[in-house]
Design a protein around this ligand. Structure first.
Ligand code: MN3
Length: 205
């Protein structure tokens, strides 16, 4: 079995002018695709070839001999999750259950925004900022390079890619501007609400 690059959940120009078609062509078509191609090379003719993506990530996390496979598999998963974490005409304050949980666990939406921005700006070098469910509580966390909260027993609800390739074409070195646009114009709260519902079902099972 080999993996294929998942389609974007919207057209390549659908997030413009905030994130350009050019960025999505490179970020999805080149970077995300390269992780899929490399992962397929690494699993070919191994026991991993019959595993799910999540199983590969869990089986290789923290294992030096599988570092390259972990990096590529986790980046495949993280990017697919990231595309869904944005939508055209997204952004702004959340609605639904996630809005209540954010008010409860962070004190206010504004407090959440401050902490999420701080995580994204404060991630030194390449990585990701996340909203996760950790047991009963929402948390903001950041990870380096390909690392993902999946391997820490946390359930991802949203992610933001802060690798330079995510924003350099549209924002050059201005990572804080990209983060502001992500929160105000792009974030997909419907996706976070779906993930929260699924997380509660999984926890209840
Ligand atoms: Mn990326």
């Amino acid at each position: 079995m080999s993996f294929t690059l998942p389609e974007l959940p919207y057209a390549k120009d659908a997030l413009a002018p905030h994130i350009s078609k050019e960025t999505l062509e490179v970020h999805h078509g080149k970077h995300h695709n390269a992780y899929v191609v490399k992962m397929n090379e690494l699993i070919a003719n191994t026991a991993f070839a019959t595993h799910s993506l999540e199983d590969i990530i869990h089986a290789t996390a923290g294992k030096k001999e599988h570092q390259a496979l972990f990096n590529n598999a986790a980046q495949v998963w993280n990017h697919t999750f990231y595309w869904h974490s944005m939508k055209p005409q997204g952004g702004g304050a959340p609605t639904g259950a996630i809005a209540e949980r954010i008010a409860q666990d962070f004190g206010s939406y504004e407090a959440f925004v401050e902490q999420f921005k701080a995580a994204g700006v404060g991630q030194f070098g390449s990585g990701w900022a996340w909203l996760v469910l950790n047991g009963e509580k929402l948390e903001i966390t950041k990870t380096s390079n390909a690392e993902t909260p999946l391997t820490e027993g946390k359930i991802p609800l949203l992610t933001m890619d802060v690798w330079e390739h995510a924003y350099y074409i549209d924002f050059q070195n201005r990572r804080p501007d990209y983060i502001g646009v992500f929160l105000n114009q792009l974030v997909n709260w419907d996706f976070a609400n779906e993930n929260l519902v699924n997380a509660r079902k999984a926890q209840a099972a």
